[in-house]
Design a binder for this molecule. Structure first.
Ligand SMILES: Nc1ncnc2c1ncn2[C@@H]1O[C@H](COP(=O)(O)OP(=O)(O)O)[C@@H](O)[C@H]1O
Ligand SMILES: [Mg+2]
Length: 232
């Protein structure tokens, strides 16, 4: 039986109140299994980033329920004071821009979060070098991001997202700055990671060329999740 990695029930998100009230998500319910690569799509401004950041325990919902794995993390309020700890331990984030720290090397960028989580320098560097090898970029371990191409930086940022051995990978338009070939490479890479590491991967994308590479497409329209299509 497939195991649920993400489950949200009746999730609601409003910003502001009174005259400045913006209703963004009005009752989203869906789940994502371990090993699944799901595309999240919606028109611009429809709440994709907001939904992703709620799942990632960055943005506080207005109400609803969020489960990450077996753990209920939100039930009309955060169920822990330490959302930051959940983020650091369970979630790997990938963004459109690579967000690598410019004055650190590739290796230092990838080992930063594991070391914050208490992994020793030696062990974190060993894990990081394996990841960099997997992404065929270990020869750049001591370079800084300014010395890398766009595609190489995005590979490092994916390696960094994996470095804390997350249960969930959340990628917000990770291919928006890449050409078609590199986009396909990145999405295929994310699918391989989902399967190899049995993690749930959610990618926000507008790019229909990526849909066939995903297991499922979740669409938001008019503040609702309107469909979750399974790709055959
Ligand atoms: N911090 C905020 N305060 C007020 N409104 C916000 C905030 N963040 C996002 N919004 C609004 O929520 C809506 C959804 O934004 P977003 O999730 O970024 O959309 P998408 O990622 O689909 O383009 C937009 O109308 C945006 O203006
Ligand atoms: Mg967005």
């Amino acid at each position: 039986m497939s195991e649920k990695s993400i489950r949200v029930e009746n999730l609601i998100k409003n910003f502001g109140e009174g005259e400045s009230l913006v209703e963004v998500i009005d009752g989203a319910s869906f789940s994502i299994d371990k090993g699944e690569l799901v595309a999240l799509t919606a028109p611009s401004g429809a709440g994709k980033t907001t939904l992703l950041m709620m799942i990632g325990c960055v943005e506080e919902p207005t109400s609803g329920t969020i489960y990450l794995g077996d753990e209920k993390v939100y039930d009309n309020k955060w169920l822990t004071k330490e959302t930051r700890k959940i983020r650091r331990e369970k979630i790997g984030f990938i963004f459109q821009a690579h967000h690598l720290i410019p004055f650190l090397t590739v290796l230092e960028n990838v080992t930063l979060v594991p070391q914050t989580n208490g992994i020793s320098k030696k062990d974190s560097e060993k894990d990081a070098m394996e990841l960099l090898k997997y992404f065929e970029i270990s020869d750049k371990a001591n370079a800084t991001s300014a010395q890398l191409s766009g595609g190489q930086n995005q590979r490092v940022s994916i390696a960094r997202a994996l470095a804390n051995k997350p249960e969930i990978i959340l990628a917000d338009e990770p291919t928006a700055a890449l050409d078609l070939k590199r986009s396909v490479d990145v999405v295929k890479m994310l699918k391989k990671i989902a399967v190899d590491q049995n993690v749930a991967v959610v990618i926000v994308t507008h790019d229909e060329a990526m849909y066939p590479l995903c297991d499922r497409i979740i669409k938001i329209e008019n503040k609702k999740v309107i469909s979750t299509e399974v790709n055959s």
